[in-house]
Ligand binder design. Sequence first.
Ligand code: SF4
Length: 450
Amino acid sequence: MPKYQILTYGCQMNYSDSERMETYMEALGFDKTNDIQDADIILLNTCSIKQKAEDKVLGKMREIRRLKKDPIVIITGCMVRESSSRYSEKRDPLFPRVKELDVALRTEELPKLAELLREISPEMEIEDIEEESLEDYLKIDATHSSHNSKTQALLPISNGCDKFCTYCIVPYARGREKSRKLEDILEEAKKLVENGCLEITLIGQTVNSYGLSNYDKEHKTFENLESEPFVHLLEELDKLEALQRVRFTSPHPKDMSDQLIDAMASLRTQMPYLHLPLQAGDNDVLKRMNRPYTIEKFEEVVKKLRDRIPEISISTDIIVGFCGETEEEYQNTYDRFKSLGFEHAYIAQYSDRKGTTANRFMKDDIPTETKRERWDKLNELLKVHSKDALERFIGKTVNVLVEDQSDDLCTGRCENFKTVQFQAKKPLLGKIVQVRITGKVPWVLKGEMV
Ligand code: SF4
């Protein structure tokens, strides 16, 4: 039986997709291997957010070229535009760049894989499974293998994006936003909880616009609900008694409604943590990025969150050096980053991506050195914020879901998504335990079990 290996790059959405790809590959009759030397099929689930992310995949090709087995190479994820094989008439633009490539596959077209593999290798034994639509792609059972324990799971609730930020390739790579049916999500959540899952992280490109996309409106899927679709979903999940924690990522600031903030403040399973991407703290830059909110609006959302959930921790994403970013515009971002008190952040230097609106119509005109300086300065500020944020936990008792235990050192996350470490001899993997915080090292809280 042919063996396959999936190599996953990028965000949680990709890790979650790989869990569905595993199920699909098994259904086609292939066996999983973790040894690349042993693989007959290598599937690279790629990220395209920065040039570096693509370089990693292209670098992997050098290793693949040296393998004895000459495996079939499939690239899927955000680097792909056109599902095709090396023999297709209309091929993905990756083919001339990657000579090892046999199949390019758009993620949501996973069910086309069998047909493309038959084009590449007609003699290969492949089980027949029914062709399915996008909705069915998300219906494929996930193996939920991204986490070490059965107690945590990623649960995709939508795919694609309608927002078209000018720097981003996702709407082109994944297509327009489509939400999964509420019943399907709840059924998957119930199964997870029955199998011992304590924490579910809902994922989607703009997770809180669940049920609000043009596609959803056209299909009238979410009519007659008393709450907004995303809030309704959180309410339904909250009814699953054994489920302890529900997180979601990443929400869009535009869709952070009062109703959602109320739900976050009142539902039992909601945690006092939110990752809310700001991207820039200057209104002109936000406009050029096609981010449909102002900095004042963003500040209003943060204020409401802190009024309703005083203990909340908020993290963000920032891009420095976006097209035309002046010193003054950058300074505005720096000042807002400071005043908004983000406890953590993913700070990126702008990377021009082919096919995006910014690539087509704007100039990537900020010198690399300037981008680097702006990035450094913001990271220095982040270190101070993170240190202050950790300090406020010292002396407090938090609940930690243990994600790793080796040599008696337990590592997990508390309600506020801070990493916590403590010593314990008895097996605690996958359990929620109380820990008193006694100190900190960079980015991590240290404590002892109560
Ligand atoms: S919201 Fe913007 S950054 Fe996020 S996936 Fe959509 S287009 Fe990309």
